[in-house]
Design a protein around this ligand. Structure first.
Ligand SMILES: Nc1nc2c(ncn2[C@@H]2O[C@H](COP(=O)(O)OP(=O)(O)O)[C@@H](O)[C@H]2O)c(=O)[nH]1
Ligand SMILES: [Mg+2]
Length: 229
């Protein structure tokens, strides 16, 4: 089984070295950091820590992840995670095992349990409730979170034909998987305060824009998947 971690990074020089170094190399074969037009030393630090760096000048969380996958298109399993040191890797082995043994095709690292105070802001929690409720309405699946840390079987990922290039990417991934009846498992992983400045949830404008794109992504999945059935 080949496993690749894909990490989108926009100006994460303070965190990215530690993020790459913190990924257990006995579990992950290839680490791809997608430099999303950073003006700092993100690429240099990622490379020094042992990652392959892919440049994606087009801004956007989804655009970065799609470029990262394109660099390693045929692996067996993908691990998606952020470059800000907020994701906790302690349960990665268990998450990978669930995919390896076929228990689930998509495993979500739910931000519950050991969640550091201040790491998940109130509007993120509210937004999560709203969007997981929307997903339950369109798929009849009850999910708890739309987290940054996700493990997915490679063939399943490729079958989803991801197209969102913005922050709606995770919402597209999870809602499509839910609507299509793909086996989704949830593992409580906890969450930490990020290193460096948030590009999204830290500002009102960023949060509203991300919220809009996340909701639009779920609605798009509902319309296109509904029409396909
Ligand atoms: N906002 C944003 N984040 C990006 C972009 N490209 C890559 N990223 C990365 O996506 C991850 C999530 O962004 P972050 O600012 O932590 O968002 P938050 O956790 O929702 O506050 C980080 O690793 C960013 O560096 C982009 O164009 N916009
Ligand atoms: Mg973050």
């Amino acid at each position: 089984m080949t496993v690749a971690a894909i990490i989108p990074a926009l100006n994460e020089e303070g965190a990215i070295g530690q993020v790459v170094a913190g990924i257990p190399r006995d579990l992950v074969d290839t680490i791809v950091v997608v430099d999303n037009g950073s003006s700092d030393r993100t690429a240099e630090r990622a490379r020094a820590a042992g990652a392959i760096v892919v440049a994606q000048p087009e801004r956007g969380y989804g655009a970065a992840l799609i470029a990262g996958v394109a660099a390693v298109p045929l692996v067996d399993v993908y691990v998606f995670m952020d470059g800000d040191a907020s994701d906790v890797m302690d349960h990665l082995a268990a998450m990978l095992r669930m995919v390896h043994c076929g228990q689930a095709q998509l495993v979500l690292g739910v931000r519950a349990g050991a969640v550091e105070p201040g790491s998940l802001l109130w509007h993120q929690q509210l937004g999560n409730r709203l969007v997981t409720w929307m997903i339950s309405c369109i798929s009849r699946r009850t999910l708890r979170d739309l987290p940054s840390l996700k493990v997915i079987d490679g063939n399943t990922y490729r079958s989803l034909e991801m197209r969102e290039r913005t922050h709606g990417w995770t919402a597209e991934l999870i809602s499509k998987a839910a609507v299509r009846g793909i086996a989704i498992a949830e593992v409580e992983t906890g969450y930490r305060r990020r290193i460096g400045e948030s590009k999204v949830s830290g500002s009102l404008r960023g949060s509203l824009l991300a919220g809009y794109r996340i909701i639009a992504a779920v609605i798009r999945v509902w319309r296109t998947e509904g029409a396909a059935r």
